[in-house]
Ligand binder design. Structure first.
Ligand code: 16G
Ligand code: ZN
Length: 551
């Protein structure tokens, strides 16, 4: 009764805007920030229910990532720090689109009953709130708090302005009974980074300006956080540009990882002074990371090091450590710690990267686009490394493997301290603390890249030359109804409309090393076309001709 009238009253304060349909989509609700109050309020209620259902804290992040500054969005982090379980998405959609307060409350009560969620005074939900730097963030945060308050006994903990991965990390850490503040996050990253740096072999001579890095903060939250983090780091000189300080520029406008990766150009505020340097770019909420180098020939063109190449660098490093760890002459065969390593990519992964990873002897699997799919797959392995070409990714370690690794590390510390296997165990343990276990994290990813480059003694050039990307082209096609295109096999094959896949196959067959797929975007009202071939002209032409079949 009391619960019912409380919800009804507060829901009335956040009327649904006219003519918009909300969909939880690939990465939460996204829309014009001024039209999102009702959605965010309702997501607050949803988060409280999710916390009640699971018995743990959940997260609520207000961000629209790499999208324009006027957009905003909201997504829920589950107790393990990952994305909200997919089986709750239909309910999220229903809640967000309930036409009036009455039907909204009815839905909530019905769902709570169905899911056995008790809405009594005794139960209490905990929700960690975070937002990025968008101007609509502050008022949307209030709407979220109202939604949380709408469920009796719920507590909102405001984490302030944070990166998306920081919030996911906090949720995970809190639920694991660990310290979970921002300074704990910085401490964990900087300490595990230092531990890895201390174990960089001394004999390795570093070629080129290996400790110098210039970072594009996308005029978002990531640049500012990196400025804070870098004061705790030794052995690395980081210059941050586009930090969102007054007057520097606008969030995601001509800057950021999405822009750099899709347009293959340098972000704003990068120029002749940066030619040849190792540069990195974060996206607006710092869950994506790409590297690039401004070419010596023309400052408008860059050598891009995308998520695939970051993944390849990490895979190489992990593989080397596992090799040292299991060197039979030093540990005895029965002492080998087997690890099932899996690499997870999407259809957007450059074909050259997939070839490279397979040639390393790694198991490579594809999933549909979207972190929720990659993450889930990667979690099936002892060590699962996943990356989208756009720069979102991380390395997951299973609890089982980590506890064995810890044991093995302890054994080696007493029997063989300072040996290669011992160091390898310590390195892997440090990586598991440095790299975000909840979600892809540009800041922790950046630190791992930097330490691995130093470990290998690699310059930017060495990394770029790991393999040559096949030329590719991405196009968008506006269609009346994007849901008309249905795909299968991790989005590599079209099943509907009938005949489209045959047309794609026929076009693709015309090109040496041709590969092409189309899929409906999960974030925009368009169909995306991706094509790859032996030359840029061929990739362009393949993408163009397939686009005409989609239209
Ligand atoms: C979202 C996803 C990203 C994916 C992109 C695809 C998360 C956290 N983010 O940004 O992983 O690559 O959508 O967008 O899942 P699209 O469906 O429009 O191509
Ligand atoms: Zn993002």
């Amino acid at each position: 009764e009391e619960q019912c009238s409380l919800l009804l009253d507060s829901a009335s304060l956040f009327p649904l805007p006219h003519g918009v349909t909300f969909s939880y989509g690939t990465a939460g609700f996204r829309a014009d920030g001024l039209k999102l109050s009702s959605t965010v309020f309702r997501a607050g209620v949803l988060a409280a229910l999710r916390s009640l259902k699971t018995g743990y804290a959940v997260g609520l992040m207000i961000t629209a990532s790499h999208n324009p500054i006027t957009d905003n969005g909201i997504k829920i982090a589950d107790p393990d720090g990952g994305m909200m379980a997919q089986d709750w998405e239909p309910f999220a959609d229903a809640l967000a689109n309930a036409p009036d307060p009455q039907s909204f409350v009815k839905l909530v009560l019905h769902f709570a009953k169905e899911e056995n969620i008790s809405l009594s005074r005794e139960s209490s939900a905990v929700i960690l709130l975070g937002r990025d730097t968008r101007p609509t963030g502050e008022s949307l945060l209030e709407a979220a708090k109202q939604g949380i308050k709408g469920i009796i006994g719920s507590v909102a903990l405001d984490m302030g302005i944070v990166t998306t991965p920081q919030l996911h990390w906090m949720v995970r850490s809190k639920n694991m009974g660990m310290k979970a503040s921002e300074s704990d996050y910085f401490l964990q990253l900087s300490e595990s980074f230092r531990c890895l740096m201390d174990m960089v072999p001394k004999e390795i001579t570093v070629k080129g300006n290996v400790t110098q890095l210039v970072v594009d903060g996308a005029n978002g939250v990531g640049g500012d956080k990196l400025e804070q983090l870098k004061t705790l780091l030794m052995g690395l000189q980081i210059q941050v540009k586009n930090t969102s300080k007054q007057g520097e520029g606008i969030l995601n406008e001509g800057v950021g990882a999405d822009y750099v990766q899709k347009e293959k150009v340098a972000p704003r505020c990068f120029g002749p002074n940066d030619i040849g340097l190792r540069c990195a770019s974060l996206d607006g909420d710092a869950d994506r990371l790409v590297y690039f180098r401004i070419s010596k020939i023309s400052s408008s063109s860059i050598d891009l090091v995308d998520g695939d190449k970051i993944l390849s660098l990490f895979a190489l490093f992990i593989k080397a450590q596992l090799h040292f760890l299991n060197k039979s002459e030093s540990v005895g065969l029965n002492n080998v710690l087997p690890a099932r390593v899996g690499v997870v990519q999407t259809a957007y992964a450059n074909g050259a990267s997939t070839d490279y990873l397979k040639q390393l002897g790694l198991e490579v699997v594809l999933t549909p686009t979207g972190v929720k799919y990659l993450h889930k797959k990667a979690a099936e392995y002892d060590i699962g490394i996943y990356f989208e070409a756009n720069g979102h990714g991380t390395i997951l370690f299973s609890e089982y493997f980590l506890s064995n690794l810890q044991k093995k590390g302890n054994d080696l510390a007493s029997s063989n301290a300072g040996s290669e296997p011992h160091k390898a165990a310590l390195r892997l343990l440090a990586v598991s603390k440095l790299i975000n276990q909840a979600v892809g994290d540009a800041l922790s990813g950046l630190l791992l890249v930097e330490v691995v480059l130093q470990y290998m003694g690699w310059s930017m050039q060495n990394w770029i030359e790991l393999y040559d990307d096949l030329p590719s082209r991405q196009l968008k096609v506006k269609v009346a109804d994007r849901t008309a295109v249905i795909t299968t096999n991790a989005e590599t094959k079209v099943v509907q409309p009938f005949g489209l896949q045959e047309a794609i196959d026929a076009e693709t067959a015309k090109y040496h090393r041709g590969r092409c797929f189309v899929r409906p975007s999960g974030t925009e009202d368009i169909i995306r076309v991706y094509a790859e071939a032996f030359s840029q002209e061929a990739a362009d032409s393949l993408a163009r001709s397939v686009s005409q079949h989609v239209d």
